[in-house]
Design a protein around this ligand. Structure first.
Ligand SMILES: Nc1nc2c(ncn2[C@@H]2O[C@H](COP(=O)(O)OP(=O)(O)O)[C@@H](O)[C@H]2O)c(=O)[nH]1
Ligand SMILES: [Mg+2]
Length: 254
């Protein structure tokens, strides 16, 4: 059983990517199970085999504790951690080749609070696992947006301690040339540095260079993979990279 966690900011395309990956893997004759970890999701574009909403009631939490949508999600995931072993058992019972886990978009759950990483490590156990971190093309299209998305991805990677692939989601909303440019930023950090220095923020050169060095050390090696959940484009490359990690025992991949 290979487990893939889909993470990214709210609206970055996690749920549609989950559905697309499920469909694509089923198309190559793999058995696939989907786990929904987002207590607040209304109508996901897939049928989940395991669902955190069976264990925590987001609407009830809002009503009982008088919390807003964000606070209620944080509380819901805190409560869901108590059920992680049940979720894991349900997941193992599916005996699927691949499990895709659709995560909530509240990045503070993963970057700062304990509940996100506890859910991930509790579910994953010793099964081979990886994270797909989605960079939203709406944000990553500018050098500053790309940089801050990448830094958030690194924070997530630190907390998850899982092999991670960085995905440019919704590439279909950009022109091919823009997509190529973003991929180049991931492969050649000096191009990102140049783009940052040329852009309007007035980031000073020393600061930009220091960040680039850090990105190179932490994020170097693999490029961002453009994958459109909407068009199901880029799936072959994504699958090849996933296989490389799952079968190659590659540990730190970003
Ligand atoms: N154009 C385009 N839109 C997408 C893509 N993936 C998701 N979206 C749209 O982005 C919005 C948020 O997607 P969703 O999967 O719910 O994001 P989540 O909040 O990260 O789970 C929806 O309106 C989707 O239809 C994509 O690959 N291309
Ligand atoms: Mg979602």
């Amino acid at each position: 059983m290979f487990i893939t966690f889909i993470v990214g900011t709210a609206g970055s395309g996690k749920s549609l990517m989950t559905a697309a990956l499920e469909k694509w893997l089923a198309g190559i004759e793999m058995s696939v199970a989907v786990v929904n970890l987002d207590p607040g999701v209304d109508d996901p574009p897939y049928t989940s085999d395991v669902d955190v909403r069976e264990y925590v009631d987001y609407g009830e939490i809002i009503r009982t504790f008088g919390l807003g949508p964000n606070g209620a999600l944080v509380a819901a995931l805190d409560m869901a951690v108590n059920h992680v072993q049940d979720l894991r058992e349900e997941m193992l019972d599916t005996a699927a080749d691949y499990v895709i886990v659709d995560c909530p978009g509240q990045m503070e759950l993963f970057a700062y609070r304990n509940s996100g990483p506890l859910m991930v490590s509790g579910l994953a156990g010793k099964e081979p696992s990886l994270a797909l971190y989605l960079l939203d093309a709406n944000i990553a299209r500018t050098p500053e947006g790309y940089l801050s998305s990448m830094l958030l991805g690194i924070s997530i990677g630190i907390r998850f301690a899982l092999p991670q692939l960085n995905i440019l989601s919704k590439p279909d909303i950009l022109m091919d040339e823009q997509v190529r440019e973003i991929v180049m930023w991931s492969e050649e950090p000096y191009l990102l540095e140049t783009a940052l220095l040329d852009s309007a923020t007035g980031l000073n050169r020393e600061y930009a260079q220091a960040i680039m060095r850090m990105l190179q050390d932490l994020g170097g090696g693999t490029s961002v993979i453009p994958v459109s959940g909407k068009l199901m484009a880029g799936m072959e490359l994504l699958y090849a990279e996933m296989q490389r990690i799952f079968l190659g025992g590659d540990n730190i991949v970003r």
